[in-house]
Design a protein around this ligand. Structure first.
Ligand code: HPA
Ligand code: ZN
Length: 330
């Protein structure tokens, strides 16, 4: 299985670029930019990654992002992630970034997006990895702040394929941003949203009905509501599931109890992703390995998950077919 996981071409559809900041890079950027970190050693950083909830993670994740200052920092961050993709046979990736995490510290939108997109271009040219960029709004901030961020994105619209919604879920339902997402749709952005990670199934309903999402990020709490699962199957609305993240943040008790295989067998278009790999103990392949080790997944089901990652992507039908055809030959 491990060999097949490595060899299969895969797409990643749920990756926060700030969440790919490995402790080693965090330390070297902190030193270069003279930012003080609350940790003395890399070992100490790793010990702090003992999360009890989404919020306990977010507090550390936002603190870590403080070391990102210059365009070259965003470039280095993204390039390091792309090298990991290359090593894991990830041929296509759709990357989230959180502009508000940086603009709130006085970093220009342009600095962030130029650094990331220069690395993505190099990744396409030198590693053959295609990519899209998805701008996420922080849902714990105001609607007004999100509208300002949408406006700031417009000069870079050609570099952004879509918008998403992340950060602290409970208490910040999709309905809070309904008007914003109507505007985003007018701009031509594709729409996704985190829903049903810690929030209940009503958050997923709202993301579908009020935000008109094309994919749900996480969405694992859908199985609380049979009629919702039925809709996801009927409309083939993809879920970008992140198994290691779910266990680390205690959205799921342990990997044996993860519902990804159950949903797959019911006909839900589930995909496997890493979310914040530097914080949750693994990139895409480690997520596949974790479910294979703990759930009774067949080789055919593994191939279906890899095919789903392309099917659920924003690639052209032609590119999707190309990869899905490759997978079928294993
Ligand atoms: N959920 C919400 N916000 C996030 C996450 C997540 O899993 N990762 C980074 N920001
Ligand atoms: Zn996420």
């Amino acid at each position: 299985m491990k060999d097949l996981i490595t060899k299969l071409p895969k797409a990643e559809l749920h990756l926060h670029i700030e969440g790919s900041l490995e402790p080693e890079l965090m330390f070297s950027l902190a030193q270069k930019n003279t930012i003080s970190l609350p940790y003395k050693t890399i070992e100490e950083v790793k010990q702090a990654y003992n999360f009890t909830s989404l919020q306990s993670f977010l507090d550390i994740y936002y603190a870590g992002a403080n070391v990102l200052i210059n365009e070259s920092d965003f470039f280095d961050l993204t390039w390091a992630y792309l090298l990991r993709c290359h090593a894991q046979n990830i041929c296509h990736t759709e990357i989230f970034f959180d502009p508000q995490t940086h603009t709130s510290r006085g970093i220009a939108f342009k600095t962030v997006i130029d650094g990331i997109t220069k690395a993505l271009q190099k990744g396409e040219q030198e590693l053959g990895i295609s990519s899209f960029l998805i701008m996420c709004f922080l849902r714990h901030l105001s609607e007004e702040n999100a509208f300002e961020t949408l406006k700031a994105s417009l000069p870079f619209k050609d570099k952004i394929i879509g918008v998403g919604l992340d950060s602290s879920e409970v208490g910040h339902p999709p309905s809070k941003f309904q008007r914003l997402f109507v505007e985003c749709k007018k701009v031509g952005y594709k729409i996704v949203a985190h829903a049903g990670e810690e929030g209940d199934s009503s958050y997923i309903w709202e993301a579908i009905n009020l935000l008109q999402v094309e994919r749900i990020d996480h969405g694992i709490r859908c199985d609380e509501d049979e009629s919702l699962v039925k809709l996801l199957i009927e409309k083939q609305i993809p879920l970008t599931v992140c198994p290691l993240s779910n266990v680390k943040l205690r959205a799921v008790k342990n990997m044996q109890e993860h519902n990804i295989l159950k949903l797959l067998r019911q006909g839900v278009l589930v995909t496997v992703n890493s979310d914040d790999p530097a914080y949750f103990g693994g990139y895409v392949n480690e997520n596949y390995e974790a479910i294979c080790d703990n759930l009774d997944l067949s080789k055919e089901e593994l191939k279906t998950l890899a095919s789903n990652s392309f099917k659920a992507s924003f690639l052209s039908d032609e590119r999707k077919k190309h990869f899905i055809n490759q997978i079928s030959q294993y």
